[in-house]
Design a binder for this molecule. Structure first.
Ligand code: BES
Ligand code: ZN
Length: 463
């Protein structure tokens, strides 16, 4: 029996333990954006350090001004030709609210039978703890069978991915020597569908900005002052409404600078995926693509930039009614970016637009929430085809190259700071409800994901 086959068998026989280890990690509420959960982020980092140590990786927790990083190095293996890769994942998760929409405790993970097979339910199951553990489990099995890994591996786990990665760039710069490898492997993306594995070649960038409009120095009675006093909700709504035109285009000056047309070859490749907008939207009870009118739904999520409002706040939002004219109103705005759109330039353009729209008696403040440009991978690198073959072997379905509407800022930073390409492979599905209540990860994603990585690292070891 080949060594790879022994590793795959080992993965099968260790399934229950692998699941229990994932559950332990899922129980830690490592919500990075909320300072109240900071100690849990440290706990998750420590858990990972110990788990890596248990498979012979020399791992340490690296404290940063924010949440810690985890860095580990495998012992050099016996093949002097062996490539060296860096694996990246994130242990932080998104907030759980609205909590009342969860059918179970987000941090009491459980296996659940659904009409579509078994799923692992819990915050972080798919984004990204379950995915991250697919890689560690693959390494564990290789270590058990072979006593060493087929390639040399550096591990990097981040705890701030979901909150704009403020410590990441300084950390990469300060630890460049230690972190540079031949290639980065990233497990934080999805499959094309339940049966078709995928390698993601494009990510959108992101600019996050919170805008706070203030009028009067206190909340006012809306009868006594209404009419004469500025209402920050009204001012904010008008500003937000002005950010799109009737064709779904963003109106900010210079916004489309650097947005490339879709190359014909890529368009053909995407056409061959036979994406159905009706199915994609239908699955979440929608029917009509709401983006730029002259672009398909797939382009709207993969290759076109957007401006979306992720939160809005102001006035009385509790039960019942209160006649109040609020002093403040705010919104959290996210821009997804493509091509060479410059997040900093767009931030300036947003500020200019808002300040030009502000009436007398209103002021504006901003809170910045990360700015990262889009990234496109070149699939010329031989590793991409090796990995695609390994994935196809595991899933018995030809793996495809896909785009991705989400953002993983580290991928751009690996390229800029460490000069490394990233191979993005993940096993998430559109219906995993990431960032939303009742997040899940299919048990098949977890189990076959582990075997996929076992095969991918094997494929990378050979010429
Ligand atoms: N795993 C996601 C990115 C993703 C989403 C990949 C959907 C594939 C499909 C990642 O954890 C994420 O959510 N990133 C944030 C980054 C942001 C806060 C800078 C995102 O995209 O909103
Ligand atoms: Zn996420």
């Amino acid at each position: 029996m080949s060594q790879l086959q022994q590793v795959l068998n080992q993965i099968d026989s260790d399934q229950d333990n692998a699941l229990n280890r994932l559950f332990e990690l899922l129980e830690i509420p490592s919500i990075s954006t909320d300072p109240a959960y900071a100690t849990h982020c440290v706990d998750a980092a420590d858990w990972l350090v110990n788990d890596l140590k248990s498979i012979g990786i020399d791992a340490t927790r690296r404290d940063t001004p924010g949440h810690p990083m985890v860095v580990g190095h495998s012992r050099k293996n016996s093949n002097p030709e062996s490539p060296h890769v860096l694996f990246y994942g994130h242990y932080d998760v998104q907030p759980v609210d609205p909590l009342e929409l969860w059918h179970s405790d987000p941090f009491k993970p459980a296996l659940e039978q659904t009409t579509n097979g078994q799923v692992i339910r819990g915050r972080g199951a798919a984004d990204d703890k379950g995915q991250l553990m697919t890689f560690i489990e693959a390494c564990r099995a290789w270590q058990t069978i072979n006593g060493e890994l087929p390639v040399n591996i550096t591990f990097l786990f981040e705890g701030e991915e979901e909150s704009g990665s403020p410590s990441l760039i300084p950390f990469l710069k300060a630890n460049k020597q230690e972190l540079v490898t031949d290639l980065a492997l990233v497990c934080d993306t999805g499959m094309w569908n339940e049966s078709t594995p995928a390698i993601c070649t494009m990510l959108r960038g992101m600019l996050g900005e919170e805008v706070i409009i203030t009028g009067a120095d206190k909340d006012l009675h809306s009868g006594m002052y209404g009419g004469a006093a500025q209402n920050p909700i009204r001012v904010l709504s008008k500003i937000l409404a002005g950010l799109h035109d009737d064709n779904g285009r963003v109106t900010l000056e210079g916004f489309y600078d650097g947005v490339p047309p879709l190359p014909e070859q890529l368009k053909q490749q995407w056409d061959s995926l036979c994406f159905s907008a009706t199915d994609f939207l239908g699955a979440v009870d929608l029917s009509d693509a709401a983006g730029e009118k002259d672009h398909t739904a797939l382009e709207q999520i993969w290759s076109r930039p957007t401006c979306e409002f992720c939160g809005i706040n102001g006035g009385y939002t509790g039960e019942g009614f209160k006649t109040v004219l609020p002093s403040r109103a705010s919104s959290k705005i996210s821009f997804r970016l493509v091509g060479s759109q410059d997040p900093h330039k767009i931030r300036r353009s947003l500020h200019n637009y808002i300040e030009a729209s502000l009436p007398a008696d209103c002021t504006v403040e901003y809170i910045e929430h990360g700015a990262s440009p889009a990234t496109v991978m070149s699939i010329d690198n031989a590793a991409f085809e090796k990995a695609r073959k390994a994935l196809s072997d595991e899933w018995q379905t030809e793996a495809v190259y896909i785009g991705c509407g989400g953002s993983i800022p580290v991928v751009g930073d690996f390229h800029e700071i460490l000069g490394m390409e990233s191979l993005m492979i993940g096993f998430g599905l559109d219906d995993d409800q990431i960032h939303s209540p009742n997040e899940k990860y299919n048990l098949s994603s977890f189990q076959k994901g582990i075997k996929s990585w076992a095969r991918v690292i094997d494929s990378l070891a050979s010429n």
